[in-house]
Write a protein that binds this ligand. Structure first.
Ligand SMILES: [Zn+2]
Length: 389
């Protein structure tokens, strides 16, 4: 007969809310049997009692595992354009170092209680590690190309990477756009068709310069295209902010994960939610606060997203722009700058909402019968994470 573990903690966060005075019943392989009242009677033998908060495994909706070797390499608070130029300048690194950093990054996320990751791939460097990882990955093969003439070539290159990743037994893989300022309308249309019914993601409004680029054309991004020696004299600004300039091009995916949203206005949010509703899509707003502070030294208007009832989820971004790959560290940063937001609400973003965003809520994100969401214990002060499963 299979051993049933009976687990009790100071509180249990079940993916939606805090529960007190309850016992979590779990199979020995981590499958949830159920939650019941702690009747404190004679049947409660072999009870495992923990101090702290028991939560389902965390979901990291935005990472670039392949950039783990850039930890502590890029200067902080330079602004996005200089950051991007730096990342491109640092492309050639020793392969061994890249691979060993990927391994460490994957282990760090596991140790910090993360069970699933939405991971951006520009290369196939992470494929081997993901094969043996205990983390479930959804791979977003990122493509970019601002010149309309290169759309097909760039798309085909990304498609080749998709096939390579799928061949390595990681089926949850699709093509996505890097950012509104780095893809042409033509490339966005190819992605849109390919991603029909699928989950896509895009870096959105990470800097005010992005809105300026779409509003008036004059922007720091001209410096980026100079660096890339790309003639963008054909480009005509839309006169609108970034998000309303491109979102309607992505009308076929079922879910869109908008990442960063640092300079998204209320008008943009209302437009985006209305647009998604008309297309039968679900939007998820991914917050990566530590990366925002690292690169731009500012934070998104989180209360505005809350006010508009947006689906909020969390991400770490990469170690190029963060000191750790740790969802709890993101929660603590939000707690520091937005003390009015409850821990319960943020844990929802970090678990069930994240699982829904990545399409993994059948098995992850909450303590519901039959799920195997991972069991993580947080101490009261949120300094420590311990994996029970
Ligand atoms: Zn990113």
């Amino acid at each position: 007969m299979k051993e049933v573990r009976k687990i009790k903690a100071d509180s249990i966060f079940d993916g939606r809310k805090f529960l007190f005075g309850k016992i979590l019943y779990v199979n020995e392989d981590g499958t949830i049997i159920g939650i019941d009242d702690d009747k404190q009677d004679a049947h409660n033998t072999n009870l495992e009692i923990f101090h702290g908060i028991l939560v389902p495994g965390f979901i990291n909706c935005h990472c670039h595992l392949e950039l783990s070797h850039l930890k502590n390499v890029i200067e902080e608070k330079t602004g996005l354009v200089d950051f991007l130029i730096k990342v491109m300048q640092l492309r050639s690194f020793d392969k061994e170092e890249i691979l060993s950093s990927i391994k460490l990054g994957d282990k760090e996320m596991y140790d910090e209680g993360i069970v699933a990751v939405g991971d951006i791939c520009n290369t196939t460097d992470t494929v081997l590690q993901k094969r043996s990882s205990h983390i479930l990955y959804r791979n977003f093969v990122e493509t970019m190309g601002f010149l309309p003439g290169v759309a097909q070539v760039r798309f085909d290159y990304s498609l080749k990477n998709v096939f390579e990743i799928i061949a390595a037994e990681n089926c949850n893989t699709t093509i996505v756009a890097h950012a509104p300022y780095s893809v042409s309308k033509e490339l966005l249309q190819l992605i849109n068709r390919y991603a029909a019914g699928k989950i896509v993601t895009i870096h959105n409004q990470e800097t005010e310069e992005e809105n300026k680029f779409f509003q008036e054309g004059k922007s720091e991004f001209l410096k980026l295209y100079q660096f890339l020696k790309t003639d963008i004299s054909f480009y005509r600004p839309t006169g609108k902010n970034s998000l309303p300039s491109y979102l309607s091009e992505l009308d076929l995916p079922s879910k869109i994960l908008l990442v960063h949203n640092t300079t998204t206005s209320e008008e943009d949010i209302l437009f985006a939610e209305k647009n998604a509703k008309e297309n039968g899509q679900t939007l998820f707003w991914v917050l990566c606060p530590n990366a925002n502070l690292y690169i731009e030294n500012r934070l998104p208007q989180i209360n505005l997203l809350r006010k508009c009832n947006c689906n909020i989820v969390l991400g770490t971004d990469s170690l190029a722009s963060n000191h750790q790959l740790n969802i709890l560290a993101e929660i603590k940063t939000i707690q520091k700058y937005f003390p009015e937001i409850s821990l319960e609400e943020m844990l929802r973003w970090a678990t069930l909402n994240g699982a829904r965003a990545l399409g993994f809520s059948d098995g992850l994100g909450s303590f519901e019968k039959g799920k195997k969401p991972g069991l993580v214990l947080l101490n009261k002060g949120l300094e420590e994470v311990k994996r029970i499963f």
